[in-house]
Design a protein around this ligand. Structure first.
Ligand SMILES: NC(=O)c1ccc[n+]([C@@H]2O[C@H](COP(=O)([O-])OP(=O)(O)OC[C@H]3O[C@@H](n4cnc5c(N)ncnc54)[C@H](O)[C@@H]3O)[C@@H](O)[C@H]2O)c1
Length: 364
């Protein structure tokens, strides 16, 4: 079993899919681990640490891709990487195929076994590999929003926490799951006025139990969303329908009703976004203005804190990666139902129903 870990090449990406400590575990289970030179550097892990863990460090991405039975990544393959994928190779990474038609086609054309982090399921039906990155993105969304609300950064000049004698900023969060819940925690911590909307009333009950009247909770319907968005200084999009394209919850008209210089951070952009005016941005060019509102929609926000994110991500992937290392790809998938839920493409067909529906193609 050969596990390959290429250096991430998505814009601004700083995470790596395997730490030296995880490499050591895999090697102890009998796997060969190949790591591309400098793959862990931006997360603070040196090549020497991987060598000491028993991994081989290869100078070129091409050699890692060519030799590995299983490619372990963080972000979806980029167009420059498509040609490196080969028939029968397994890929374990975030894929977000509902918003990635070209990538899906590349995986199908090359008959890659695509196992997506975001659809791997725990026994209780939750998504353990989505959770830590969502929590990080949720926490980041508030500090990013606060930054872009500053006048010099194009914002309205609102300080989220205000000071005694001034009104605090209003943070509106759509979606009360992992990312929305952690955005809420940070917004409350900064002293903002906070409103959270969701369709799942159990999620709203949890917020209510935790924060009491400190946070307003609202059912997510058109009227409530429109009214809350109109009054928001910072709007955070944090919805998810597993594996599907994100529903558009906030209309263009609602965005246009916001005060000039207000900020939208759409965390859900990796699944297409839940704000009508959103389009993906990058770490190098993170915002644009539309209807006078600053839009931030970076699909790999956790790369801003590569060290924390790498540690959090690899802690979550570790049990699954160790199964691959010990049993090989096929047996690991056969014996672990939750891991098998991660399979999105196999033998040239899409196997995940929600992805197939989003892309309007048939399932296998
Ligand atoms: N941009 C990034 O860097 C980044 C990082 C991590 C996660 N994400 C993405 O963030 C999104 C949210 O992930 P999560 O882990 O918080 O999901 P989650 O499942 O924990 O929470 C999503 C919530 O959205 C709610 N929801 C669904 N439809 C809704 C609607 N119409 N109105 C209001 N609420 C609705 C659900 O009830 C749920 O509570 C996903 O697309 C995920 O991939 C992005």
């Amino acid at each position: 079993m050969i596990i390959g870990v290429p250096k991430e090449i998505k814009d601004g990406e700083t995470r790596v899919a395997m730490t030296p400590s995880l490499a050591r575990h895999c090697v102890a289970l009998g796997a060969n681990v190949l790591v591309e030179k400098a793959a862990g550097l931006s997360a603070g892990f040196r090549d020497e640490e991987y060598r000491q863990a028993g991994a081989r460090v290869l100078p070129k991405a091409a050699s890692v891709w060519a030799a590995a039975d299983l490619i372990l990544k963080v972000k979806e393959p980029q167009p420059q990487e498509y040609r490196r994928m080969r028939k029968g190779q397994a890929l374990f990474t975030y894929l977000h195929l509902a918003a990635g038609r070209e990538l899906t086609q590349a995986l199908l054309d090359r008959k890659v076994l695509g196992v997506a982090y975001e659809t791997v399921e725990a026994q209780d039906g939750t998504f353990p590999l989505l959770k830590p990155m969502s929590q990080i993105a949720g926490r980041l969304s508030i500090q990013i929003g606060a930054y872009f609300l500053q006048t010099q950064n194009g914002g309205s000049g609102v300080l989220l926490g205000g000071i005694p004698g001034t009104a605090p900023g209003h943070v509106v969060i759509i979606g009360a799951g992992n990312s929305g819940g952690h955005a809420c925690r940070m917004a409350v911590g900064m002293g903002a006025r906070v409103t959270v909307l969701d369709r799942d009333t159990r999620k709203l009950e949890l917020i209510e139990e935790e924060y009491g009247g400190r946070v307003i909770t609202l059912y997510s319907n058109r009227a409530n969303v429109d009214a809350a968005v109109r009054d928001a200084d910072l709007l955070v999009g944090a919805v998810l329908i597993p594996a599907a394209r994100a529903p558009v919850v906030v209309s263009q008209a609602a965005v246009a009703s916001m005060r000039p210089g207000s900020v939208v951070v759409d965390i859900a952009v990796d699944q297409g976004g839940c704000v009508e005016t959103i389009r993906p941005t990058s770490h190098h060019d993170p915002v644009y203005r539309e209807s006078g509102v600053v839009h931030y929609a970076v699909p790999n926000m956790p790369a801003l804190v590569g060290r924390t994110s790498t540690i959090a991500l690899t802690q979550a992937t570790e049990p699954f990666v160790l199964k691959f290392a010990q049993f090989g790809v096929q047996r690991a998938l056969e014996e672990n139902r939750g891991l098998a839920k991660g399979i999105n493409t196999r033998d040239g067909v899409v196997t995940n129903a929600a992805v197939a529906k989003a892309l309007a193609i048939g399932t296998g």
